[in-house]
Design a protein around this ligand. Structure first.
Ligand SMILES: NC(=O)c1ccc[n+]([C@@H]2O[C@H](COP(=O)([O-])OP(=O)(O)OC[C@H]3O[C@@H](n4cnc5c(N)ncnc54)[C@H](O)[C@@H]3O)[C@@H](O)[C@H]2O)c1
Length: 265
């Protein structure tokens, strides 16, 4: 059943999981985002320019540390549900396949020039109704919106690593983003088990809320280390012991950039 026929069958009301999702960039974040959206019932086309990434992604999603088989082992999902979710994801190097969707979630490297060019291209390639969401860690969403002729359908949807585990859905609303786009993305995030919080886009800063506040902490941690007050390892241990955080500030950086594959930091 296509997304349109599902909508029609439901008398115009969207059904959970009916939207077709395109994920652009299938690295640490994109592969996990594809997994989450497939588990939520969406057909997902996950595109990457690197054939090696495309070849490795299905194994990661099935058997990786935060993969679907782990959810089966913990009793959160049946084997049949896992197989159905895996079958809903198409990892591909065919960008046209990823463009013909209802919602794009962009997860290419954190380079503004790359993201602007991608949004410019996707605006031409995607159907008119398609929402373009960015998983940027902090670039102003309005910089991406103005590269398109669909600024009302451009929004930030910032996830945390690893996507299958973390509840973060920092929804960044640019001045041009419409109510409808914001509501759709919040609905999709909530249906996928996340906690959407809508924040205002800022042209004057990098990091939205999460990474601005986190950046302030890292700057102070670096000052502590530079002054010789404590080592990085000691800072991490103290913050874990004091605040019951799962990781200290330095462990957080290495975990996020490796997808937490090496074990808990
Ligand atoms: N890693 C994290 O903890 C984290 C958390 C939240 C948000 N983010 C953000 O998510 C985005 C992706 O980060 P990541 O850690 O997954 O990076 P990554 O390097 O693991 O993955 C990026 C992928 O994009 C692919 N790519 C590059 N150019 C492309 C293009 N033009 N089209 C399609 N694919 C392309 C690369 O081949 C790579 O596989 C960044 O904006 C990052 O800031 C990362």
């Amino acid at each position: 059943m296509t997304a349109d026929s599902q909508l029609a069958a439901n008398q115009g009301q969207p059904v959970a999981g009916s939207e077709k999702i395109g994920v652009i960039g299938s690295g640490v974040m994109g592969s996990g985002i594809a997994q989450v959206m497939a588990i939520a019932g969406h057909p997902v086309v996950a595109f990457d320019v690197d054939p090696g990434v495309v070849a490795a992604a299905p194994g990661l999603v099935a058997e990786g540390r935060f993969g679907i088989q782990g959810a089966v082992a913990r009793g959160k999902m049946t084997e049949a549900e896992a197989e159905a979710a895996l079958a809903r994801i198409d990892f591909t190097t065919d960008r046209d396949a990823a463009a013909g969707v209802d919602v794009i979630i962009e997860a290419v490297p954190e380079r503004l020039d790359l993201k602007i060019q991608l949004f410019r291209d996707l605006d031409k390639e995607c159907p008119e109704h398609t929402i373009l969401a960015s998983n940027s860690s902090g670039y102003p969403v309005q910089a991406l919106a103005v590269a398109t002729d669909r600024a009302d359908r451009v929004i930030g949807w910032h996830w945390a690593s690893p996507p299958p585990v973390m509840k973060l859905a920092e929804i960044v609303r640019a001045p041009q983003t419409s109510d409808e786009t914001t509501e759709t993305i919040c609905r999709l995030a909530a249906a996928a088990g996340k906690n959407p919080v809508v924040i205002k886009d800022s042209a004057m800063s990098w990091g939205y809320v999460t990474n601005r506040v986190y950046g302030a902490m890292i700057r102070e941690a670096n000052a502590v280390v530079a002054e010789g007050v404590a080592s990085r390892e000691e800072v991490d241990q103290l913050m874990v012991d004091c605040f019951r955080w799962p990781s200290g500030p330095y462990g957080m950086v290495s975990g996020a950039t490796t997808g937490w594959k090496a074990g808990k930091k």
